[in-house]
Design a binder for this molecule. Structure first.
Ligand code: C2E
Ligand code: MG
Ligand code: MG
Length: 640
């Protein structure tokens, strides 16, 4: 009579049931690898149950027909190798996750099938030969000479996995590498224990150990998944890029950025907005059999597909572009999304994942400015990005070494015929000493958090000048502010400190806000304007007429002065449409009690016509260009 200890098997059964309860409690989206894991866990449970059943049957061998015992044990020997083959295939599948060339996976699958077929034939042959197990004439179970053959097959599988891991270590994720570091030794150790102590049935323990290691790996992988769309996150995109680059693979990335998604949330509700994002993720995910999709920003998706030449990459981009011209329909919602697409192809360039993310971000910012909202990253985009980086570096240097300068452009008062105002304009030179237009570097400073530094320089210059030169000689000075600075809670305190530090009359200071960035929160903006007005500081709307804001919004604001943009003024005397707009604006704003400045006046004809039509102030090259402080002071002293 065989005396076997089943406690380890029963304990393994309990553990695997707990594992199953945890696994199926979550609602996973079906990925191919999850289907394989389902198979692992189901076949593992089956193997443990079958082992317990075999022991039970062997112990009641006189009550149960011998053929049933042989069948059950043969099935067990087959199932145990089935489990190890599924686990091995599952691991190999994950190892190939970041590799486009799947020939190796196919080869591994073929080896598994070959081993499995040979083993199956031996198990069938065992019925006659008893090489694995047999029952003697007293119906006593005996182990055959090849009873450990299943372990041998498992060792071959582990060996192949280790070899593959070592050969492709650069394109294998950290989680997988970790699994491959712990799984083989744990399994080999437990197997050795089972071989040394065959009476303590422990195969279930080996299987459960493997399943737990895989499950834990699963759990950690889930952290890298976006909760809303169940696709990769920005972090996993970075990791994926690193692995693909490590394996010298060629791939194409297309980033889709959705604009004004807030309006969809506003119109249809956040739930619908979320559903739409989920839908987009599903569509992107299914666009290519080997494609992987990531949500790299709130409303930004990245699609990563293998690169198969210029034609197919062009087709991929077109497919995406075409789809986003079509409406997305979800129940009662039907919307056409406004998107920008940025594309990048990586073949054998010397880039890392961070470079690629930067290139994509820059391409996306350029895509927004294109007519079709599509930008393919190439040499010219790279050069532009380099120029931009140079400018940012130079700004940082200027901030560090105090190299920014403040120039002043005098503004002509049409009533008093004096230059009783001026606009302070920041100036910067590049590393070769050539001036860089603030139209270029100021927006970059806003994006890269350097705008406060620029404003500090301008405010300091303006404050000092206002404190040194009497008001009747200099008049007022205006300073440009970005909307984010204007809306900052520190603005009022900063202005009060400036006035106190330099002791000047607050009404000599004016602030300018460009029409391009008029905030949506007009009530809060008006509150700040009122506070500033109480202090005596006027606020002007700059660049009116560039067409960025609604006239009714402008009229709702409490500006004391409106500056008509150069684009309107330059055609004032030649273009009837422009002159009609300017004249109407002059009447309208005067009626509202605002002063009007005409910006960008370059000819005598324009100046005369604007004076005749009632403009309050004129700023432009015709009267004076922006100039350094010293020249500016000479200019006003001489002219006034
Ligand atoms: P802006 O505030 O509208 O400033 C007027 C711009 O028009 C200046 O360009 C000025 O040189 C230019 N301009 C004036 N008259 C004429 C003219 O008759 N013809 C032509 N072609 N141009 C004229 P600049 O100095 O290049 O500044 C460009 C923009 O950069 C400014 O437009 C302003 O939005 C921004 N900026 C300049 N300095 C600062 C600053 O200190 N802070 C912030 N936030 N923005 C600034
Ligand atoms: Mg201005
Ligand atoms: Mg302007």
């Amino acid at each position: 009579m065989n005396k076997w200890f089943l406690s380890a098997e029963i304990f393994s059964l309990i553990i695997i049931v707990i594992l199953i309860l945890n696994y199926y409690e979550r609602r996973w989206r079906e990925f191919p690898q999850r289907k394989i894991y389902n198979l692992c866990i189901v076949s593992s449970t089956g193997a443990i149950l079958l082992n317990i059943l075999c022991v039970y049957m062997i112990n009641r061998v006189w009550d149960i027909p011998i053929w049933a015992n042989i069948l059950c044990n043969s099935a067990y020997f087959l199932l145990i190798v089935t489990v190890s083959s599924i686990i091995a295939y599952y691991l190999m599948y994950l190892l190939f996750e970041h590799i486009y060339q799947r020939a190796g996976l196919k080869k591994f699958k073929n080896i598994l099938i070959l081993l499995y077929t040979c083993y199956t034939l031996l198990v069938i042959w065992n019925v006659r030969s008893g090489i694995i197990f047999y029952f003697d004439e007293n119906r006593i179970y005996h182990r055959g000479p090849l009873v450990n053959l299943g372990y041998g097959i498992m060792v071959i599988q582990l060996f192949l996995l280790v070899i593959f891991t070592l050969r492709n270590r650069k394109c294998i994720s950290e989680a997988m590498r970790h699994v491959m570091r712990i799984l083989p030794p744990v399994i080999l150790l437990l197997t050795a224990y089972q071989i040394v102590y065959p009476d303590v049935l422990f195969n279930g323990g080996i299987i459960v150990a493997a399943n737990i290691i895989l499950f834990v790996n699963f759990q950690s992988r889930r952290v890298e998944e976006d909760a809303l769309t169940s696709i990769g996150t920005r972090n996993s995109f970075h990791q994926e890029l690193t692995l693909r680059l490590g394996g010298h693979q060629h791939f194409q990335i297309v980033v889709v950025a959705i604009h004004q998604f807030g309006s969809i949330n506003y119109r249809y509700g956040h739930k619908k907005g979320d559903d739409l994002l989920y839908e987009i993720a599903r569509w992107l995910e299914n666009i290519h059999a080997m494609g992987r999709c990531f949500r790299i920003g709130n409303v930004e998706f990245a699609l990563l597909v293998p690169y198969r030449g210029i034609v197919s990459s062009g087709n991929m981009l077109n497919t995406l572009s075409r789809r986003f011209h079509q409406p997305w329909i979800l129940d009662d919602m039907k919307v056409v999304l406004d998107v920008s697409l940025a594309e990048l192809v990586c073949t054998d360039q010397d880039w890392d994942a961070t470079d690629i993310l930067e290139f994509l971000k820059f391409s996306l910012s350029m895509a927004k400015e294109q007519k079709d909202h599509v930008m393919r990253f190439d040499e010219s985009v790279y050069r532009k990005m380099e120029q931009r980086n140079q400018i940012i570096k130079q700004m940082e240097r200027c901030a560090r070494e105090n190299l920014f300068e403040v120039w002043y452009q005098p503004i002509y008062n049409c009533r008093t015929e004096k230059y009783s105002a001026a606009e302070a304009l920041i100036r910067m030179k590049d590393s070769s000493g050539s001036p860089v237009s603030p139209g270029i570097f100021v927006p970059l400073a806003e994006q890269h958090g350097l705008i406060d530094e620029i404003s500090r320089v301008v405010f300091r210059g303006v404050g000092r000048l206002l404190s040194e030169i009497p008001e009747e000689k200099l008049g007022s000075l205006s300073v440009n502010l970005s909307m984010q600075q204007f809306m900052s809670s520190d603005l009022l305190t900063d202005i009060r400190c400036l006035v106190e530090q330099y002791h000047f009359e607050p009404n000599c200071l004016k602030l300018e806000l460009t029409e391009r960035v008029l905030a949506e929160d007009i009530p809060y903006m008006n509150q700040i304007i009122s506070e500033l007005r109480k202090m005596g500081v006027g606020v002007a709307l700059d660049d009116f007429g560039t067409g960025y804001s609604n006239l009714s919004v402008v009229l709702d604001c409490l500006f004391s002065c409106i500056k008509l943009d150069r684009s309107l003024i330059q055609e004032y005397t030649d273009n009837e449409r422009c002159s009609t707009i300017v004249n109407a604006a002059l009447d309208l704003f005067h009626h509202m009690g605002c002063q009007v400045v005409a910006e960008g006046v370059e000819t005598e004809e324009q100046a005369e016509a604007l004076v005749a039509r009632g403009a309050d102030w004129i700023q432009g090259f015709y009267f004076a260009r922006p100039m350094p402080e010293k020249e500016f002071l000479e200019f006003v002293f001489q002219k006034n």
